[in-house]
Each structure stands twice: as C-alpha cells, then as structure tokens.
Design a binder for this molecule. Structure first.
Ligand code: 3PG
Length: 405
C-alpha cells in the first residue's frame, strides 16, 4: 500500500506488532435507544482493524468511551463487547486502570483482544489538558508501562484533547489504524488537494452546525458552489426574502439569529449559494410540490422539489469534488426522501470524489438502501465534530500528537 500521502504518520504496515501489547484507541461511541447500544458502522470498521492486529499476533487492549458523564447514554462498555464479538473474539473487563485491568493486560496472549471499560469513568480522561499534561496523569502513568505501542483508529474523537487520545502517544511509539488512514486520506483530498469544480451540498436540520463551514470555504475560496437543502435551504430562502417570516418566527430568538447569520453569509458569496427553486410541503398527509416563492408563513417545508433535485444532480455531475453533509429533507418519511435520493444517486453515477459526513446522511443512505458499493468514489466519514473541525482546518490534537514531524 502506498502511504506516501500519510508519511508523517506510522501505519500498521510500519509497526512490528507481533507479540506486542498494543493500546488501541477505538471510537465505538454509539446511539443508545431505551438503554440499548445500537450497532454502528464505527463498531464494524474498528473491529476490522482489531481483527487485523489480532491476526498479526498483537495483544490488543481497546481503549474507548461511551457518552458523556451525567448523560443518559453514559454507559459501561459491556454491550459494546457483545456488539464487537460479532466480528472479533474478545474479553471484556469492567475496569479501566485498577488491579484487575492491569492484571488482565499483563496476562494477554499473542492475538488476544481485551476491551477495558469506558475511559470516561476516569475524571482525568476529559480534563482540558495539553498532551504533555495528560502524559503525566495517573491513568497514563499506570497503564503505559504495560504497553509497547499505541494505535489510534478513532478519527471521530481526534478533536478532543483527552488522556486516552493525546496522553499515550507522548510516552509510547504510536501510529494510526486503518479507519484513521481512510478518514485522513479522504479529508485531505476534500480540504487540501481539491480538484475543481468543488461543490458543497449542505442540508440537515441543524443549520447552525454548518454556518462556520460555509463562511470558511467562501472566505478561503475553496468552494465553487454551495447547494443548500433541508432546513438550511429553507433558511436561505428566508434570508433572500423569498419566504416571509411569520410573526411567530419573528418572536423566535434562535430563528432570528440564524436568519441574521445566513444574511451575513450571503454577503460573502451570494453568487455561490444556491437555494431550492421548488419545495415539497404536506397537504392532507401527502407530498405536494410548490414553487419556493409560494411557501406561506408558518408552512413547513419537508424536502426540496423535483426541479431543484434535478438541477442539483446536474451540478454534481459537473463537479470533481463534492462534500455533502445532511439530508435534503425528511428522509425518514417515504414521501419526503426524493430529494436526498436524487442527490445520492447523482453521487453514485458521478466520477467526482465525494465525501459524506454526518450521522443523518449515513442513516439516510441505509434507509434508501444505498451502500458504499453503490458509491465507489465516495468516502463516508464516521465522524461528527471531528469532521467539521477538519473542514474548518482547525488543529485536531489527537492527529497532531501522532505526527512524526
Ligand atoms: C463522537 O461521537 O462524535 C465522538 O465519539 C466524540 O464524542 P464526544 O462529542 O462526546 O466527545
């Protein structure tokens, strides 16, 4: 494999892992529904790297988190162990750095895999500290002497300066896992070696998540066109004065703040931002398509219309790089998934390199039965916050600390 493009990192190919104890930082953090941890692509992808290491006779110790302290999804990793066992044999221990965990690590055989409990059970893990400070934590000081190598396969948590992410690489020989390799390669293509025309397709329900990305790419001249859809598309219809806000909208502080931000973004690149020409609304429980300028105050928009979807698909066909975040509409509802489907089909039939981010877009792909095989030139990022950080060209502490130079 050619690792020229990632030469500042050590990969598994560069490391001699046989009979070595590897601390493997995975991100298996998942959605929890009624106390049940859901199977996520992240679990499957991390499992593949773990299997490879185990096949190479490494002694693998998985470090991972679930949820945030105090949240309903803050759970031990017992259920994750069960989910991982669908792909790789492993032992789970409900301890992170106590005598039981340390004993289990010492007793590992070649090829054996051990999952420790949620690292966020340790208060030290999430303290806002530098890598050097984390390296001095009790957690790192107690466990690091038991390991030979640290491998990080958790791109999705690389924006956090947490002990298990930045502390161990300061004291152990370190490298990146296979999922991390794929994420970094794809993000570099999308941000640092862009082939033009480059198009962003931005949708979803949380407009505020992508304001910074829009501003950043427009200011840096990194984008040729931004196609807006979902709630963001509707917001820009308001910002352009195509839809009038209702009295209720005007009293909604968050809506008015978002509207003001959208207007400022238009000042940066009005000619580069496209809004839907037509949209889908609900009438008597059914989809009805109407021109964007006939949306009434308070009327809810659930998808982009057919004409817009076709126009966006054409734009995608002419692009060389496409970055997509967020579905075009309410894809969970059969009547309102056409826009998202048309966009994803356009990506599937295009030769452009594309990068898809955000959990909702991946969920939409599953709902529509579109998988990675249908999208040969697409990388689907499994990261949320880290994906946005990278698009904004912010430093990711978990990546910086792994660089050899
Ligand atoms: C994620 O799910 O994006 C990562 O696991 C990071 O989780 P966090 O936002 O709780 O740090």
């Amino acid at each position: 494999m050619n690792n020229e493009d990632l030469k500042e990192f050590l990969t598994i190919d560069d490391l001699d892992v046989e009979s070595k104890t590897i601390f493997f930082r995975a991100d298996i953090n998942s959605v929890v529904v009624d106390g049940k941890v859901q199977m996520k692509e992240r679990i499957k992808e991390n499992a593949k790297t773990i299997r490879e290491l185990s096949a190479k006779k490494a002694r693998v110790v998985i470090l991972a988190h679930q949820g945030r302290v105090g949240g309903a999804d803050f759970l031990p990793l017992e259920q994750h162990a069960e989910l991982l066992r669908n792909f790789v044999d492993l032992r789970y221990i409900d301890d992170v750095m106590g005598p039981a965990a340390r004993d289990a690590i010492r007793k590992l055989w070649d090829g054996e895999v051990l999952l420790l409990d949620n690292v966020r059970l340790l208060a030290e893990e999430t303290l806002q500290r530098t890598p050097e400070e984390h390296a001095k934590s009790i957690f790192v000081q107690k466990l690091a002497p038991l390991a030979d190598i640290y491998i990080n396969d958790a791109f999705s948590v690389a924006h956090r300066s947490h002990a298990s992410v930045v502390g161990f690489p300061k004291v152990l020989e370190s490298g990146i896992g296979r999922l991390m390799e794929r994420e970094l390669r794809a993000l570099r293509r999308a941000v640092h070696s862009i082939r033009r025309p480059c198009i962003y397709v931005l949708g979803g329900v949380k407009s505020e998540e992508v304001f910074d990305v829009m501003e950043h790419t427009l200011k840096r001249g990194k984008v040729n066109e931004i196609l807006t859809a979902g709630t963001l598309g509707t917001l820009f219809l308001y910002a352009r004065g195509i839809i009038e806000p209702s009295e209720e909208d005007k009293r909604n502080k968050k809506f008015m703040e978002n509207l003001a931000r959208a207007k400022r973004i238009l000042e940066l690149g009005d000619d580069k931002i496209k809004c839907p020409k037509d949209v889908a609304v609900e009438v008597n429980g059914k989809r009805r398509e109407i021109p964007a300028n006939s949306v009434k105050p308070k009327q809810k928009v659930y998808d982009i219309g057919e004409e817009t979807a076709k126009e966006y698909a054409e734009e995608i066909k002419g692009a060389k790089t496409v970055i997509m975040k967020g579905p075009a509409g309410w894809y969970e509802h059969e009547a309102f998934r056409k826009g998202t489907e048309e966009i994803l089909r356009a990506l599937a039939s295009s030769d452009a390199f594309s990068l898809i981010g955000g959990g909702h877009t991946s969920a939409a792909m599953s709902t529509l039965g579109i998988n990675k095989q249908n999208l040969p030139h697409t990388h689907v990022s499994l990261a949320g916050g880290a994906f946005l950080h990278y698009l904004l060209e912010k430093n990711l502490p978990g990546i910086e600390v792994l660089k050899r130079y």
